[in-house]
Write a protein that binds this ligand. Structure first.
Ligand code: PMP
Length: 352
């Protein structure tokens, strides 16, 4: 077929999102959503907007949400940037802050959107191998670079990098923007947000999609030095990209305010993760220590692809990545107690 439009588009390798099945009654453990609903206060706040305010445009700056996040993280509002999901925040970062004349660095096993953004925005990159235990080695990031990005905990492994190791990376790279993507930080990790006071080159990115149970609302944010945030605002306003809508701002603010609900949901997910990890180990799985709302596990005797298929036949979907080094692993999102029981039962049958 003749290509009469840009050659460049054909060279893009788009992201393949996790499956969002259109049928009900599946146990869906494949895209790390929360198994629990958002706080009832979120629903009240959204209803109030629906009843009263939908005819009005949203605040283009989402000030209410920025204030709420600044208060929570003990920062100023000019240290907070918000976007329609952290994927959009990351897109602006790749577009505006990482594009330099040197390759950016990220781990060889990581969130698969990073190379996609690099392709889209012509950002050169170099991957840095994780060690044998899938851990990030700060010393490996001491090479000349145009920026650094990694999730903490990493995805899809769930492994957490301690704050002092993040500081080592920051100290070794004072002239690079270092982006810590904390999509899963609330399940046992400690946020790098407080390091912002000492490291003007740090950007912390978070999402409401996981621990706040609002994947459907699309809210993410970045925290950093006012200069970095100002740069992101310039990128956003140059795109004229959509501000958060009224429902998203109201829902996200309410989620931030209901701290006890948030903590209880996270605690429950952590407890279920511990129970599932123990079960998987009893069944012979090797499980990477996880600080996320998923586990990454491989079985010595049965191929991960076959286990994923056998689970699917039992209406349970988990994530399998057909990629070098991780094609023997399954990534399993932490579900409710009942979903976890069904998963354990199915695995016992499959492995019997
Ligand atoms: N970062 C990481 C590491 C993720 O796994 C995800 C979820 N797929 C995101 C960012 C994006 O999440 P969202 O756009 O829903 O905020």
């Amino acid at each position: 077929m003749s290509r009469f439009w840009s050659q460049r588009v054909h060279q893009l390798t788009p992201y393949v999102p996790g499956e969002q099945p259109k049928v009900d009654n599946l146990i869906k453990l494949n895209t790390n959503e929360s198994p629990y609903p958002p706080s009832p206060k979120v629903l009240e706040a959204i209803s109030a907007q629906v009843n009263d305010k939908l005819r009005l445009y949203p605040d283009p700056n989402s000030d209410a949400l920025k204030q709420s996040l600044a208060h929570y993280y003990q920062l100023e509002t000019n240290q907070v940037f918000v976007g329609n999901g952290s994927d959009e925040v990351l897109a602006h970062i790749f577009m505006g802050l990482l594009k330099q004349d040197k390759p950016i660095l990220f781990p060889d096993i990581t969130y698969s959107f990073y190379p996609v953004y690099c392709g889209l925005y012509d950002v050169e990159y170099q991957t840095v191998p994780l060690n044998e235990e899938f851990a990030i080695q700060p010393a490996d990031y001491q090479i000349d670079n145009g920026g650094i990005i990694f999730p903490n905990p990493n995805a899809p492994t769930g492994r957490l990098l301690p704050l002092q190791a993040i500081e080592q990376i920051l100290q070794g790279n004072p002239n690079s923007v270092v982006v810590v993507d904390e999509a899963y930080i609330d399940f046992g990790g400690e946020s790098a947000a407080q390091l912002i006071h000492r490291y003007p080159n740090l950007l912390v990115v978070q999402t409401f999609s996981k621990s706040r149970a609002l994947a459907g609302l699309r809210v993410g944010f970045a925290l950093g030095h006012p200069d970095l945030i100002e740069a992101l605002e310039r990128v956003k306003n140059s795109f004229n990209s959509y501000p958060l809508d009224r429902l998203a701002v109201a829902g996200a603010v309410a989620a931030m305010e209901d701290e006890s609900y948030f903590e209880a949901s996270c605690d429950k997910i952590i407890a279920t993760r511990n129970r599932l990890t123990e079960f998987l180990q009893q069944q012979g799985f090797q499980v990477i220590p996880s600080a996320a709302n998923f586990v990454f596990a491989s079985h010595p005797d049965k191929a991960a692809a076959d286990i994923a298929q056998a689970l699917r036949e039992r209406a349970i979907i988990v994530r399998y990545f057909n990629k070098p080094r991780i094609d023997e692993y399954l990534r399993i999102t932490i579900g409710t107690d009942a979903e976890t029981d069904a998963l354990c039962q199915a695995l016992m049958e499959i492995l019997a």
